[in-house]
Design a protein around this ligand. Structure first.
Ligand code: G6P
Length: 779
């Protein structure tokens, strides 16, 4: 491929070609112009000099001949005068000579004199002859004084050809001299440019290796001097970033994020775009407006970051009373008063709502996002459905959100955090309209393998849209690899696996893994008595004995969550371990979601039916005993979910496939007495981090049932050992660290661009044309 071939040419050769184009070609032009100017000037100058020489020679000859000519004229001695004229015309430049008497008749003349022209020899070519090789005669008419009244005249005809010959020779010399001069100059220039380039690169490298310290930069050459402050700042920030990221003693809090934004982003504007809004205003039958926090992992994760950044969150206004509470520009300050989650999180931010028509919502959200991309990216064996009409709406809605971002942006280079699979096309649309923005896209769900991804009819457009991002983030390295492989398969791009970047149409996108997390420290630390309260309350609420063991599952009612498989595992465990019948209940909290879609309706029916069947089965085996499964298909607020987490002895997070799964982390955060067991699917992104959980394959019902038994039998000491390790990991990697890593990378990117801009400015100020530096990004 031509592109690959060109890329294969050594960069050194390209540099020389570029230098030639920038320096040598103009130099040759200037030299050629100068040489042709000099050539044009030299011939008339030489002819002029030759004419003056010939005049002087003619006067000299005339002086010598004047006396003999006057005598010969007085004596009428033609013969002697002719001989004298023959003698003087022996000179190679004097062609002929003649003497005319007072009546201007030829009196005597040399052999080659044009007699036919009489005393007006070479008329028209006299002293004012034009400068052309055809006019090669120079004629002097000089008076010979005889009397005071009349004079005779001497005619001297010189050959001017020698001057032309001299002119030609000089021109040839000039060409040679200028060519030699040009070659020498070009060589010197090339060497100097090459040498200064090398010393420039060496200087920059020395600064980089010196970590930007003053000693290291002191020896830098003067050309680099304007860059030193920027390079120092860049290095300081990179070192600081490394320190922050490695330093596990740093406590990541909202304040740390605020500090980071101030120090590294210089208070730059931060915007979030997501489909789901963090607060939904719903109109109640009694006319009240109730604020609901949606059951969405995305909202759980991004909300604390936004509180820390105080930016603008742009989302679909989906609540029935959303439009009643916003201002004229569809904005509202959030969190609304009185809404708290018990945490110490502070700060408010702007929520800008985007209104969608029913057709838009149907095509973009229900259709393309949830019937197409969601099953495509999750391997849960539900077939994705792709419709042309849905795609059109998806594109239209992405464009509408791009309009909203542009309208809300206060600067031309905001940091835009684009969230999830609802906005795959948004990064490109934003890049076109805000080319200087830092666009950080986070894909909250898995990225499938390349064969699965290829099912999507618009796979290329989706990749192209995402590659408008400055950085694209996934939960795990595995998802990053899948993404890079998809790009490799479908796009004509350059992929660097070493630094995990994709360059598409001269724009570079970093691909990074940022495992998402939750707020830490937990809302009410070390509240052992609260745990007791929760345990009692929950058992009372469901009519269970106080010693009863509880398992908990908290999910959106989604087919990716493995709820049916989980219930089958409970059934299997109770079958194999009859001692737990009537002593263990599994509570499944399932928040209804996307319930207009067939797949979700079928799932709900199946979950209800399985729960009923299993309960009936064990009711028959042990009549009057507490149910094996309690199924709660309804929304629960954060406080009541927390009570469930606290009251349970174990949690089951057995998704068939999940990007990360924050329920697993929320359960751990709630277990401040360090007890309880987490059973976790190996297909959830969280399994990579939470290795002290009991890891299961949710498709293997027997294995999950065995894990349940093991959890119920686990000693308190082992539970605590595992739980402490899990909690330690969460305290090290909380949501602020997740956001901090992304924002630091964004800050790094912005600083990098600032330095590039400065380098280009310096380079263009010191060279006649703008040079393209190898690391310079062509926007
Ligand atoms: C889960 C996923 C997110 C997704 C959200 C959508 O939380 O992890 O990636 O954005 O579901 O839920 P929704 O109810 O808004 O369709």
């Amino acid at each position: 491929m031509p592109f690959k071939f060109i890329a294969a040419i050594k960069p050194g050769i390209w540099r020389i070609i570029r230098l030639c184009a920038v320096f040598i070609v103009p130099l040759i032009g200037v030299i050629a112009l100068l040489s042709s100017l000099v050539q044009h000037m030299v011939t008339p100058l030489l002819l002029n000099w030759a004419d003056r020489d010939l005049d002087e020679r003619a006067n000299l000859i005339a002086k010598v001949l004047q006396e003999p000519a006057a005598t010969a004229l007085r004596l009428g001695d033609t013969h002697t005068l002719t001989q004298q004229l023959e003698r003087v015309t022996q000179d190679e430049r004097l062609l002929s000579a003649a003497v005319c008497d007072q009546s201007q008749h030829l009196f005597a003349w040399s052999q080659r004199y044009p007699v036919s022209q009489g005393c007006n020899a070479a008329s028209g070519q006299g002293e004012n002859a034009s400068d052309s090789p055809a006019n090669n005669l120079h004629v002097n008419l000089i008076d010979v004084p005889l009397s005071t009244v009349d004079n005779a005249r001497m005619v001297l005809v010189h050959d001017r050809n020698y001057a032309w010959r001299r002119g030609e020779l000089t021109q040839r010399y000039i060409v040679w001299v200028f060519s030699a001069l040009g070659t020498c100059l070009a060589a010197v220039l090339l060497l100097t440019a090459h040498w200064s380039w090398r010393s420039w690169v060496k200087g920059v490298r020395r600064i980089l290796l010196s970590d930007g310290t003053t000693e290291g930069t002191a020896q830098a050459s003067p050309e680099i001097a304007p860059l030193i402050p920027d390079l120092r700042r860049l290095l300081r920030s990179v070192n600081e970033d490394r320190r922050i990221l490695k330093d596990t003693t740093i406590e990541w809090r909202p304040e740390t994020l605020k500090l980071l934004l101030r120090e590294h982003m210089f208070g730059d504007e931060v915007m979030v775009v997501s489909n789901r809004e963090p607060y939904i205003h719903e109109l109640q039958p009694d006319g009240r407006i109730e604020v609901i926090r949606p059951a969405s992992g995305l909202v759980t994760a991004v909300e604390p970051v936004m509180r820390a950044c105080s930016g603008t969150w742009i989302a679909h206004g989906s609540g029935s009373a959303d439009d009643r509470v916003v201002d004229a520009r569809s904005r509202i300050q959030v969190p609304p008063e009185g809404i708290g989650d018990g945490s110490s999180m502070q700060g408010t931010y702007t929520l800008r709502r985007v209104w969608l028509s029913q057709e838009e919502e149907q095509g973009y959200y229900q259709g393309f996002a949830n019937e197409g991309l969601w099953p495509l990216c999750h391997i849960a064996h539900v077939r994705p459905v792709f419709r042309d009409e849905d795609w059109k709406q998806y594109l239209a809605v992405n464009t509408r959100f791009a309009d909203a971002v542009v309208a809300e942006a206060r600067s031309d280079n905001p940091v835009v955090l684009v969230q999830d699979y609802h906005f795959a096309l948004l990064p490109k649309l934003l890049r076109e309209r805000l080319p200087r923005a830092t666009i950080l896209t986070f894909w909250h769900i898995p990225w499938p393998n390349v064969e699965s991804f290829g099912i999507c009819p618009w796979s290329k457009q989706i990749l192209e849209g995402l590659l408008g991002s400055s950085i694209i983030g996934f939960h795990t390295r595995y998802h990053c690899q899948n993404f890079m492989e998809s790009v490799d398969r479908f796009m004509e791009s350059r992929i660097s696996r070493e630094d995990a970047t994709v360059t598409y149409q001269a724009h570079r996108t970093k691909v990074r893994d940022y495992p998402i997390s939750i707020h830490w420290p937990p809302p009410a630390p070390n509240a052992a008595e609260l745990n007791d309260v929760a345990r009692k309350a929950m058992r009372l609420q469901h009519g269970l004995p106080m010693a009863h063991k509880l398992g908990i599952g908290v999910d959106r009612l989604d087919y990716t969550k493995g709820i049916v498989e989980r219930m089958l595992a409970v059934e299997s465990m109770l079958e194999q371990q009859p001692q737990w019948r009537g002593r263990f209940t599994f509570i499944q909290v399932a928040a209804p979601t996307r319930s207009t879609l067939d797949a979700y309706q079928r799932l709900e029916a199946s979950v209800r039916q399985q729960a009923q069947r299993i309960n009936d089965k064990f009711e028959q085996l042990l009549p009057g005993s507490p149910p094996a499964i309690i199924l709660l298909i309804e929304h629960h607020d954060a406080a009541s979910v927390l009570t469930y987490y606290r009251s349970a002895d174990l949690a089951m997070v057995t998704s068939l496939h999940d990007g990360m799964n924050l329920v697993a982390k929320e359960f751990i955060a709630a277990r401040d007495a360090d007890d309880g067991v987490l059973i976790l699917s190996r297909f959830a992104g969280a399994a990579g981090e939470l290795r002290e959980a009991l890891i299961v394959n949710p498709y293997h019902i027997g294995q999950t049932a065995a894990a349940l038994t093991r959890a119920l039998d686990m000693s308190l000491a082992e539970q605590q050992e595992r739980m402490r390790a899990l909690r330690k990991r969460l305290s090290d990697f909380n949501i602020y660290r997740w956001a901090g890593r992304m924002l630091l990378d964004a800050a790094d990117e912005r600083q990098h661009i600032r330095v590039q801009d400065r380098i280009v400015q310096v380079a263009s100020a010191s060279t006649p044309r703008r040079l393209h530096m190898p690391w310079q990004r062509r926007a």
